[in-house]
Design a protein around this ligand. Structure first.
Ligand code: ADP
Ligand code: ZN
Length: 519
């Protein structure tokens, strides 16, 4: 079997060797076993079901949530001479009938379709009448309610186990936290499946997270290390995408915008250019990226905070698929936190869901304020232990200085408390620095005992203190009061003098010298 698999790898796909655990996974499924595959994006999941699909008799059914992804795959397979088709709701009845005919006469080898389509009773009944090689369930984390991509249709895929007990099933995902794994096993009835977990480490990516100061200037500083390189700049809103793309173009960078508000034609035109031309910068919302397979993306920059580590990992993971040194860079600040918390608060979804999302955001914030190796922290979140600091992230190379911020934090918390727990960071900093602003005067805040008590730190440093207090949950942002700060319960021990607090020292933007040589 292994030899046959290797022959297909070479003859059909043109590759000489399997990567990582591909050979083991392919053997497992080709021999009729079930598998759960956790492999980072770009790791080579497709071959794990395509090759067994070719080795086994019958139709290989691939469930995928995204039409665009399916069409890409089908186009690729077509070029390789593999008979593949995707069923989707945009096709005419004739086209669909033709696909059904090819399935019936056994000439079609691979069928891609969306989960809601597969679980239609008519479709299931039809598939019961034809020989099946296997079911591949791509993006299997969509079955997880804990996950960020939950799709209720995925829950119905559990019935495949009962309806097709003889047909092997392989579930694949690039999201690997323990909880998601368990949910996939349980909900897809894959309790007996062999599990294959690849390392999520992307050793060629250098991780760097800067605190936001003058984001555009910081971005230019970062891009100066990447002249002529292809990369992605992620922003949260469509408006910001447009603005940043225009700004970069003005600065002489070949930048294109991409977001869901653009017409389909323009989006796919920009996407094609990014894929086919060299050295373009895509300024995009997260609408851009799923299924983008451009090996030489040299950097991914975030001008806004992603809402989870899963998202951060996925988005940064689009850099350096070719294994060459690449950069993940982000600038983040207090406003990002406020904004995401606000979005979360206003989102639909029940309390349980919101609580999950809050935890995820907290984990993201923790990475930003991390004082250990970023890679160790990131991998730990995905259940993997990296025994030594990586030596290839900003913390490993620049170090972090921490300082005893106990006194400063108490002062900051008092300022929040005494000014009535409803004013934002700017005003708090003015109070601590003793600035006679109009707002201070009109509120009479020059009479507060904390007024002018914080002159030992700069404005920049105070902002850092407030940001870190919020990131650590010691202060809260009051979303009903325009981002005013208030105390949270967890700050009491600190206020009472029972605990000490170490914070990261604020640094101005660090640039990494020789980003390409130091890998
Ligand atoms: P994933 O689905 O895990 O994100 P893909 O299946 O799209 O990853 O594979 C990523 C890229 O790696 C593709 O361009 C694919 O052709 C390539 N690839 C996969 N396996 C191998 C291999 N064994 N040798 C060389 N290239 C491979
Ligand atoms: Zn490190």
């Amino acid at each position: 079997m292994r030899q046959a698999a290797r022959a297909v790898l070479k003859e059909v796909f043109g590759y000489d060797a399997f990567r990582g655990q591909q050979a083991e996974i392919i053997a497992q499924v080709s021999e009729g076993g079930d598998a759960l595959v956790l492999m980072p994006t770009g790791g080579g999941k497709s071959l794990c079901y395509q090759i067994p699909g070719l080795l086994r008799d019958g139709l290989c059914v691939v469930v995928s949530p995204l039409i665009a992804l399916m069409e890409d795959q089908v186009a690729t397979l077509d070029e390789l001479g593999v008979a593949a088709a995707a069923l989707n709701s945009l096709q005419s009845a004739d086209e669909q009938r033709e696909i059904a005919q090819r399935i019936r006469d056994g000439s079609l080898k691979m069928l891609y379709l969306a989960p809601e389509r597969l679980v239609q009773p008519r479709m299931l009944a039809f598939l019961e009448t034809v020989p099946l090689a296997l079911f591949a369930i791509d993006e299997a984390h969509c079955v997880s309610q804990w996950g960020h991509d939950f799709r209720p249709e995925y829950l119905q895929l559990g019935q495949l186990a009962e309806l097709f007990p003889q047909v092997p099933r392989i579930a694949l995902t690039a999201t690997a936290d323990q909880r998601t794994q368990e949910e996939i096993r349980q909900r897809l009835h894959l309790q007996q499946a062999a599990q294959f977990v690849s390392s999520f480490d992307r050793p060629n990516i250098f991780y760097r997270i800067a605190t936001k100061d003058q984001p555009r200037k910081q971005l230019l500083g970062f891009l100066a290390e990447h002249k002529g390189d292809a990369g992605i700049v992620y922003c949260l809103s469509r408006k910001k995408v447009e603005e940043v793309a225009a700004f970069l173009a003005e600065q002489g960078y070949p930048a294109l915008p991409y977001h869901a508000g653009l017409s389909n034609e323009l989006r796919s035109y920009h996407q094609k250019r990014f894929l086919n031309e060299e050295g373009l910068i895509m300024v995009a919302t997260i609408a851009f990226g799923m299924g983008i397979d451009k090996p030489n993306v040299r950097f991914v920059a975030h001008l806004d905070l992603p809402k989870s580590l899963e998202a951060y990992y996925q988005e940064t993971g689009r850099a350096g698929r070719d294994g060459l040194p690449s950069d993940a860079w982000m600038a983040y600040g207090l406003q990002d936190m406020v904004f995401l918390k606000q979005m979360l608060q206003n989102s639909e979804g029940d309390e349980r869901h919101k609580r999950i999302e809050r935890h995820k955001l907290d984990a993201m914030l923790a990475l930003c304020e991390e004082t250990r190796c970023r890679r160790q922290a990131l991998l730990e979140y995905f259940g993997e232990t990296l025994p030594e600091p990586c030596g290839h992230c900003d913390i490993c190379t620049d170090g972090v200085e921490t300082w005893d911020a106990t006194e400063a934090a108490r002062l900051a918390l008092s300022s929040i408390y005494r000014s009535g727990q409803r004013y934002g960071v700017g005003h708090q900093v003015d109070i601590l620095l003793g600035k006679q602003t109009d707002k201070v005067a009109s509120l009479g805040h020059q009479h507060l005992s904390v007024f002018g008590q914080g002159k030992q730190l700069s404005e920049h440093e105070w902002r850092g203190v407030f940001r870190q207090l919020v990131a650590r949950g010691l202060a809260d942002v009051d979303l009903d009061a325009y981002g005013g700060l208030r105390l949270s319960d967890t700050c009491r021990p600190l206020l009472r003098g029972e605990t000490q607090l170490q914070l990261r020292r604020e640094v101005k933007q660090s640039t990494r010298s020789g980003s390409k040589g130091s890998a």
